[in-house]
Design a protein around this ligand. Structure first.
Ligand code: FES
Length: 238
């Protein structure tokens, strides 16, 4: 009888939903947790993990570095620093640009080459001298009174490159010009040619005693460089 009662109670227990509670309860708890998470994520906002302190992050206290003075004093200090640093930066930039320009400009030896000084006492009347200036020959002629007169007698209007002798010289006795033929750049020969001046043997150009083209293919007179007479017997070319 007793065993019958036990068997009946076990069968009842298997069929009863209350006895299956642990599995159902776990499933229900899981569902309720997920719905709670969903609800909370919909309503919450992002919060920085770096805010505040934790065992691993500690924000230092900077309060002791903060100025205790009035705001106007801090502003004054700020203006002073900006002004000072600006002035220092401007001075640095100026020095840098000055150095750059100094390095870019011609050096002293190049500048010295740019001008050539000639002692005119060394050139007798009626003679030619050829000097080198900036890699080009320069003819210097100490002209005689007859040569000056001859140069002035020419009818300027009849010339291919009309120029009076006066326009080509600073002192009538000194004719200074580049020794480069204006045709194709040969160096003419002095005291030669049909006009008693210079003759270019390359293609037969004749220049007169003022260096003006008179015959041959050259289109222009011999070029006059920049020159000056700083002293009575000194010529500076360049
Ligand atoms: S280069 Fe002098 S005449 Fe041609």
């Amino acid at each position: 009888m007793a065993s019958l009662t036990t068997q009946a109670s076990r069968a009842l227990a298997r069929s009863s939903p209350a006895l299956r509670l642990p599995a159902a309860a776990a499933r229900a708890a899981c569902l309720s947790t997920s719905s709670a998470v969903q609800g909370s994520s919909a309503s919450s906002s992002f919060e920085s993990p770096f805010k505040g302190e934790s065992a691993y992050t500690k924000v230092p206290d900077f309060s002791k570095y903060m100025s205790k003075g009035p705001a106007s004093r801090n502003q004054l200090f700020g203006y002073f620093m900006v002004g000072t640093l600006g002035a220092i930066s401007a001075a640095g930039a100026k020095a840098t640009i000055q150095e750059f320009l100094k390095n870019m400009s011609a050096s002293a030896d190049v500048l010295a080459m740019a001008k050539v000084e000639v002692d005119l006492n060394a050139i007798p009347e009626g003679k030619n001298v050829i000097i080198k200036w900036r890699g080009k020959p320069v003819f210097i002629r100490h002209r005689t009174a007859e040569e000056i007169e001859e140069a002035n007698k020419v009818n300027v209007a009849s010339l291919r490159d009309p120029q009076s002798d006066e326009e080509r010289v600073k002192k009538p006795e000194w004719l200074v010009m580049l020794g480069v033929c204006t045709h194709l750049g040969c160096v003419p020969i002095g005291e030669a040619g049909d006009y008693g001046g210079w003759f270019c043997p390359c293609h037969g150009s004749h220049y007169d005693i003022s260096g003006r083209i008179r015959k041959g293919p050259a289109p222009l007179n011999l070029e006059i460089p920049a020159y000056d007479f700083p002293e009575e017997d000194k010529l500076v070319i360049g």
